[in-house]
Design a binder for this molecule. Structure first.
Ligand code: SF4
Length: 61
């Protein structure tokens, strides 16, 4: 098993609609090669996607 967490696994293209993020391009694509997804702290525990995960690589423009 490979323990290098920074190694790319798979060949993903990251689609994203968060236009206020500096890494967003054309309102639909993330320019980063890798993003870190984090639990959404303080959003409850509802099982809804918006309450459970968010992009930890977000940076405001
Ligand atoms: S860093 Fe996260 S929020 Fe920003 S464009 Fe990429 S996926 Fe979207």
């Amino acid at each position: 098993m490979n323990n290098n967490v920074h190694e790319r696994v798979g060949n993903q293209a990251i689609g994203c609609g968060v236009t206020s993020c500096r890494y967003n391009a054309e309102g639909s694509v993330c320019e980063l090669h890798r993003v870190e997804i984090k639990p959404c702290y303080g959003c409850g525990n509802t099982g809804k996607p918006e309450d459970e995960s968010c992009c930890g690589s977000y940076s405001h423009r």
